[in-house]
Design a binder for this molecule. Sequence first.
Ligand code: RIB
Length: 305
Amino acid sequence: MYDVVVVGKANIDYLARGAELPRPGEGINGDDFQEACGGKGANQAVGAARLGARVALIARIGNDHRGSRVLAALKADGVDASQVTCDDTAHTGVALCQVDARGNKQILSAAGANARLTAAMVRNASPLLKSCKILLCQLGVPFEAFAEAVRIARSAGARVVLDPAPGFPLPQEILRELEVVRPNALEAQAMTGLAVVDKDTARAAAQHLVEHGAKAAAVQAGKDGDVLVWRGGETWLPRFEVQRVDVTGAGDAFASALASCLAMGDELPRAGRFASASAALATTRLGAQASLPTRAQVEALLARS
Ligand code: RIB
């Protein structure tokens, strides 16, 4: 039995930090460099495992040294990687991450083997999907693979949490299967057609997602925090004050914490607050997977705040 099964991307991240992000056509000298495991799927699997959840990842890597590194990192964090399969004809996904002095980021990825995850491969992993409490997904793998995972997990009674990155409009049949959808402002806009620029517009986008089928939606409203809307209620998840270094991986920390808490029986508002604290901690260190906190670290921040 798994608390959380994740379907998503596994990458190696190459991250450079400088004073500013380069504009198109510009080259800038930075200072810090980090090469580390990443990819939203792998990050969220590791994030949930660090919070004490029993986790498995369904993903596709290349038959190369980066793929070996991905597997080693998953195993080191106690993630079941038996359904992280290897493709002989594509490279392991890579992401080029750029971070500025204020912690803002931009990322360009080359999907490689991530784009080769098929619905048939997901069906092969049915025993995992049928034995989890929460299926945690993003939209970085082929849509058919994602949709098949949702179908199998829901048929066995699992709940689905979606971090819709990259954002695009989802069919209502899929939205109806979601326990919680958690877009950032740009993803919410891509999904709903509503511009998300402040608290009111974040709330409107969250309400739209709930009216169109999701049981709950948590939408980022910039510095105002996140609005969490469900049928018949809403709450605001405030930002935790921390020293921000790099926002890469903060969304993964949020999604994995939300999924772990729901799997372990927490109510949505409590899970949301825990997820906000986890995301805040992830911004205090450089990198994605490298910055994901442990349960003790999140509980310490909650106790201080
Ligand atoms: O969410 C952060 C992740 O996005 C990075 O680890 C990178 O691999 C990209 O997929």
